[in-house]
Design a binder for this molecule. Sequence first.
Ligand code: NDP
Ligand code: 2IT
Length: 446
Amino acid sequence: MYLDNVLKMVKDKNSNEPEFLQAVYEVLTSLKPVIEKHPEFEKQALLERIAEPERLIMFRVPWVDDNGNVQVNRGFRIQFNGAIGPYKGGLRFHPSVNQSIMKFLAFEQCFKNALTGLPIGGGKGGSDFDPKGKSDMEIMRFCQSFMSELYKHIGQDVDVPAGDIGVGAREIGYMFGQYRKLRNAYEAGVLTGKGLEYGGSLARTEATGYGLIYFMREMLKANNLDIKGKTVIISGSGNVAIYACEKAQEYGAKVVAMSDSNGCIYDADGIKLDVVKQIKEVERGRIKEYANRVSGSVYKEDTDCRNIWKIKADIALPCATQNEINLEDAKTLVANGVMAVGEGANMPTNIEAIEYFLEKGVLLAPAKAANAGGVATSALEMSQNSMRYSWTFEEVDKKLDDIMTNIFKACQKSAEEYGLGTNYVAGANIAAFDKISKAMIAQGII
Ligand code: NDP
Ligand code: 2IT
């Protein structure tokens, strides 16, 4: 009853925010058995507080393009929940960015960050700025303008942004430079994902993708399976997709497909990752190029990004964006024999598709657990910045592996405790909620 009332209230208050409602619905409904055990939550209005951001900042980002024209974008920072540490989460630059997408990402981030076991609260930000086709100087001017407002709201003990879609080391560098200039202080821990020359952490670039495969390894192992020799398809060809591919290949999997927002490539012999890296990381080009460079591979144009799910595979790794797998895609994947799905992107699988996978016994590694390696390594970057010291690649990678293994164990334990079998989706939500709810209750009604 309490849960239903809260869901209705959240729906009424945010009726024009479908992605945010989807994320809240997914988490809260899976917490039902926990909520029923704790009548005190209602008195504390705990769920109402968990579903309401502590602060939402929206601002104008004016900048001048290469033709001398003034452009105006919208900037956001959502400081969702700071109960367990400074707000922490990425910045997304993509034309689709709006308040609903920012809020869903910030909400998910709170639970993800709790699962890492590290002291970080949840936040997210970004802009509807489209980096595609912009010159390097335009990117720099945009980042400087964005930071000219954002700097007032962040700090190494306050809120620590990082990258997400459209924001990588280049953008973080420009934003860090502007922050340093405005503050006249070297607060290295204010942003993560920095370059190695000025406070970045080794293995942060690889962390989300590697972490996804470490989680997948543990999930498969717990079910007497192994990634070695499996056929894998990976949507996207950005930061997460590339390093998921790298680690999957290292573990002996055969990755046969990758994509971008224009289409997907299929290479029956296995993706040549050095070619993908050259196209995406160096040339900032389109994945289509791959087919021109690797004989025997094929490219298929596809503007709604769903063709990739028609390719037969044992394991599917959605690593592009939200809601990229719907019920129809899930049915196709299951019909083609998929045994496991690992969510590298945030909320890539819609609710009907999640339910279908679980019903069919497909092992589903939920985003907030499986892609937590990126933010966990960001927190390790913050630790190194505080110490004014840096660890080796091997040290950071080992810590990342341990963190991902522990996250899997936490999801497994919660699922077992509530008799949910291999439903790691609910397991992740319950384990994360346990930590956040205890921290919030301990800190009183704030
Ligand atoms: P990148 O910008 O590096 O790459 C994004 C990739 O996804 C590109 O190939 C892009 O294609 C594709 N893509 C993005 N948006 C869409 C869209 N609307 N439709 C189709 N394809 C799209 O981003 P990341 O790799 O960093 O992020 C990918 C996902 O992983 C996101 O959901 C992000 O939130 C999540 N994530 C990222 C983390 C990180 O550390 N970077 C950590 C945890 C999660 P194109 O180039 O054509 O746009
Ligand atoms: O979705 C995410 O977890 C990220 N984009 C990474 C956030 C971070 O602070 O490293």
